[in-house]
Ligand binder design. Structure first.
Ligand code: PMP
Length: 463
């Protein structure tokens, strides 16, 4: 049973001492403190005010096996007692980390047989940036340093993550000058966001145009200077942007044409989210490196990994020490929990369930929302979905004349109605635990519809 917290006191301490991530601290103070999440089970979270909320975001795109798994707690306890910690710096390793590396390699079909561990998605992407550039240096192609990414991509909150990411608002904070990219040698190209940027074209033509933008950038920079292209198979934090089906295969062909490494950030898409083990499988491509985190341990402990091709590792092995890694790389407890988490996914057939049952069910449940006067588009792949909230369905015009008004308003109403979703600009995005049932999907979509109905007069008053 949950502990009996003094919620008012926790809120006071939250304001006095705790600085929440990615948040407006003044706003939280004005609100009287954060919403305190006290406990959770299955697909539901509970807050200190006694609300039971359907977690339409699986925490932060991560709690894939749902909350309250005894066996993950048990395996952590056993591992803590046997070996709570040891590093992998001193030519040492531990059993759970090695077994997890083997497991991840097999989940890539053996195509990415080597695995480097970190603790977060951001760190995984830092590892990728250093590994990619080091690889080209070891190959003697010293000019190949540029990494091409996309506007509105999310690759994390460390300096390398923010730089490879395409979030302008993040580029504007904490770096030498607003508008100057934090790190040199990173180039951004347009994103395959059909609803916002390509509705005057057929999706396939738009997909080709977005892939072409990558080739144009390669030619502008000079192919001999380009190290890698990095992208999320489906952009998550950017607003669940599902590219036209022909986009990724063309991107892959362009990377191959110019001998550029293809990197997929699978931090959200990995571990069944899109109905296959990896987002890149859903997109029909084969990358040279992938980053994974979140679903790797279902968020029960912090752990991330980078899976790498044999060719890259072979070249890096010619260069002596790869002087990169973290105190918690290959953490035994996090590795043991991740291994058991993957075992649960396999035992319960969660990837197949998303592919064959709940993914198609979510798509079918969202479809009727397209008739709602506020819905410009409802899209999903697997258990990843988004609804575009618009003032005018015909033109796609947004409330208040620009994006950013409707999303937060509808999200807040959804939360009040018992559903945790995220408002990204004017999209309501969802990413429920992979254990969600069809009845819970009906609950999720029902709350969204009810909340849109409630939001409509408020939004029409704004205009
Ligand atoms: N890459 C992607 C695609 C992500 O969605 C995220 C987190 N939302 C990250 C990287 C960063 O992961 P973390 O917050 O664990 O550093």
């Amino acid at each position: 049973m949950p502990r009996n917290y003094d919620i008012a006191e926790l809120r006071r301490l939250d304001i006095a001492h705790h600085l929440p991530a990615q948040a407006d601290w003044q706003e939280i103070e004005d609100l009287g403190g954060s919403r305190i999440i006290t406990h959770a089970e299955g697909c539901y979270i509970h807050d200190g005010d006694g609300n039971r909320i359907l977690d339409g975001m699986a925490g932060l795109w991560c709690v894939n096996v749902g909350y309250g798994r005894d066996e993950l707690a048990e395996v952590a306890r056993e591992q803590m007692l046997e070996l709570p910690y040891y590093n992998s710096f001193f030519k040492t390793a531990n059993a759970p980390a090695i077994m997890l590396a083997d497991k991840i390699a097999s989940l890539t079909g053996g195509r990415l047989p080597h695995v480097f561990f970190n603790s977060s998605g951001s760190e995984a992407n830092d590892t990728i940036l250093r590994m990619v550039r080091h690889y080209w240096q070891m190959k003697g192609e010293h000019s190949r340093t540029v990494i091409i990414s996309r506007h509105n991509a999310y690759h994390g909150s460390t300096v390398a993550g923010v730089s490879m990411g395409g979030m302008k608002v993040m580029h504007g904070q904490g770096f030498p000058a607003p508008g100057i990219l934090p790190m040199a040698g990173i180039e951004h190209v347009r994103q395959p966001y059909w609803y916002n940027e390509g509705r005057d074209m057929m999706p396939e033509d738009f997909g080709t145009a977005c892939a072409q933008a990558i080739e144009d950038k390669i030619l502008e920079v000079g192919p001999e200077n380009v190290a890698a292209f990095i992208g999320e198979p489906v952009q998550g934090a950017g607003g669940v942007i599902i590219p036209p089906a022909n986009y990724w295969p063309q991107v892959e062909a362009i990377c191959r044409k110019y001998g550029i490494l293809l990197v997929c950030d699978e931090v959200i898409c990995g571990f069944g989210r899109t109905g296959n083990m990896w987002g890149h499988e859903t997109m029909g491509i084969q990358p040279d490196m992938i980053a994974m985190a979140k679903g790797l341990s279902s968020g029960y402990l912090p752990i991330s990994a980078v899976a790498v091709s044999a060719e890259i590792v072979k070249v890096i092995k010619t260069g002596g020490d790869f002087v990169h890694g973290y105190t918690y790389s290959g953490h035994p407890v996090a590795s043991a929990v991740a291994l058991r988490n993957i075992e649960i996914m396999e035992r319960e057939g969660l990837v197949e369930k998303v592919r064959n049952e709940t993914g198609p069910y979510l798509a079918k449940a969202l479809a009727p929302l397209r008739d709602h006067p506020l819905v410009g588009e409802a899209r999903s792949v697997g258990l990843l979905g988004a609804i575009e909230v618009v003032a005018d369905k015909a033109t796609g015009a947004r409330f208040g004349g620009a994006e950013g008004t409707a999303g937060p308003l509808v999200r807040d109403i959804c939360i009040r109605n018992g559903l945790m979703v995220r408002g990204i600009r004017d999209s309501i995005v969802m990413c429920p635990p992979l254990i969600i049932t069809p009845a819970q999907i009906d609950e999720l979509v029902g709350i969204i519809r009810k909340s849109l109905d409630e939001a409509e007069p408020k939004l029409r008053a704004i205009g």
